[in-house]
Design a protein around this ligand. Structure first.
Ligand SMILES: O=C(O)c1ccccc1NCC(=O)[C@H](O)[C@H](O)COP(=O)(O)O
Length: 262
């Protein structure tokens, strides 16, 4: 079993326990009003359309491929640093076992910042979208590799009903085609193969040609320096999702400036 299958299998088991502890009807009562979610400043998709290249800063303590990334992890401090650095949106890892994140982290970050927030996790069930809304997300990640076509369509529809934008993640031409045929408007090309952990920025170069210009193109993973960012600009990328290189820099504001070319 590859790591992606392992994570999803674990999440499926965990989700059944969550649903038993907090039934959907109870979870719904915790959801903030839709009017709040739809405010201009909290729109994930609008934030990505700003002039120039946008940076989504990621908050994650650890990852399966990289181990512990931030030993003295404080999601609120990181959110404030990201805000000061001028990122347009923040991605919060909420997966518990492999990334050491939580929905509690998402909620704390929600209280700390009014930036649009992406719930970064392995989502395959409507219940998880309700969780995302209840804990303050404005957008969710949907990974094509773990979703059948009908499921992707239904989750995209549910996200719209709940007022959540969806970043639809792909890693091959077939997945780009599937994302587009299911109605995705924000396409995230992940440079990391989630089954082998191999990172190759050329994935964005190869797949970007299949993403129509009216879609918002995001490149994710392995973006470490200004040269990487220049490379992304050549391929029509509108936003980059960056975690490790910002988190390990010790100076998020300085690193964002460096990535954007000084
Ligand atoms: O990063 C991993 O090890 C990983 C393993 C399995 C599934 C997903 C994984 N990572 C999620 C991501 O894609 C990254 O957190 C995100 O794109 C940021 O990447 P980076 O800038 O390289 O930290």
């Amino acid at each position: 079993m590859n790591i992606l299958d392992e994570i999803v299998a674990h999440k499926k088991k965990d989700l059944e326990e969550r649903k038993a502890t907090l039934p959907l009807a109870e979870l719904e009562k915790r959801m903030p009003p839709l009017s709040e979610r739809r405010s201009f400043s909290r729109s994930f998709s609008r934030s990505l359309k700003k002039d120039g290249l946008a940076i989504i800063g990621e908050i994650k303590k650890a990852s399966p491929s990289r181990g512990i990334i931030v030993p003295d992890f404080d999601p609120v401090d990181l959110a404030l640093e990201y805000e000061e650095a001028g990122v347009v949106a923040i991605s919060v890892l909420t997966e518990e076992r492999y990334f050491q994140g939580s929905l509690g982290d998402l909620l704390m970050v929600r209280w700390a910042t009014s930036k649009p927030l992406l719930r970064k996790d392995f989502l395959f069930d409507e219940y998880q979208l309700y969780e995302a809304r209840a804990y303050g997300a404005d957008a969710i990640l949907l990974i094509v590799a773990i979703l059948e076509e009908r499921k992707l369509i239904s989750l995209l529809e549910k996200a719209q009903v709940l007022g959540l934008d969806a970043l639809v993640e792909v890693h091959s031409r077939g997945e780009v085609e599937q994302a587009l045929s299911c109605g995705a408007t924000i396409i995230g090309i992940n440079n990391r193969d989630l089954k082998t952990f191999q990172v190759d920025l050329k994935t964005t170069a190869e797949l970007s040609q299949f993403v129509p210009q009216d879609k918002i193109l995001v490149s994710e993973s392995g973006i470490n320096n200004a040269e990487d960012v220049r490379f992304m600009r050549e391929y029509g990328v509108k936003a980059i999702l960056v975690g490790e290189s910002l988190l390990r820099s010790g100076d998020i504001k300085g690193k964002v400036k460096e990535l954007l070319g000084g």
